[in-house]
Design a protein around this ligand. Structure first.
Ligand code: SME
Length: 161
């Protein structure tokens, strides 16, 4: 399948998942599986959820697909993950070796994208994807990952009402 057609298939599948998931945990579990299986350059796909009450506030590893990571708890002042959560901005790193913030999860990882998830304007977590390929995350990938993170935020917002 052409990459664009594949992305559109994933978008459709995401809409279905968001409409039918019984819980946010189930939605996130289904999303990491979908992205990891469908998008061939997405070699590690996982969520980190922000525990604001922890001292210091901490990103806690949630559902993921790929090799186990040593980084199950990340403070906001560490890593690409901490940077995305503390600024509330998507971070795309084309070459992880050249970014001093990078916390290594696998020696095979070459590039990474981290997209914050918001509920009522506040960061509650993030979607983190690693690739074994340099500069794997194009504008189209960024759109896909941002839309996915947004769908999770909307689901969380709905279920917290
Ligand atoms: N690379 C991330 C840490 C998480 S692992 O990649 C799964 C970072 O620099 O924050």
């Amino acid at each position: 399948m052409a990459p664009l057609a594949k992305t559109q298939e994933v978008w459709k599948a995401l809409d279905r998942l968001a409409a039918t998931a019984a819980s946010s945990e189930q939605l996130m579990t289904a999303i990491v599986k979908l992205l990891h299986e469908t998008m061939l350059k997405y070699n590690w796909v996982g969520f980190y959820m922000l525990e604001r009450e922890a001292n210091p506030p901490m990103l806690i590893l949630g559902p993921f697909q790929g090799a186990m990571t040593p980084h199950t708890r990340i403070p906001l002042n560490q890593g690409i993950c901490g940077a995305a959560a503390s600024t509330g901005k998507t971070v795309v790193v084309d070459d992880v070796k050249s970014d001093p913030r990078y916390l290594a999860c696998s020696i095979e990882t070459k590039s990474e994208i981290v997209v914050p998830i918001f509920v009522k304007g506040k960061v509650v977590g993030e979607l983190d994807i690693d690739s074994h390929f340099p500069a794997a995350f194009t504008t189209e990938d960024r759109d896909l990952v941002e839309r996915t993170a947004q769908a999770v935020g909307e689901f969380l917002e709905k279920s917290s009402r």
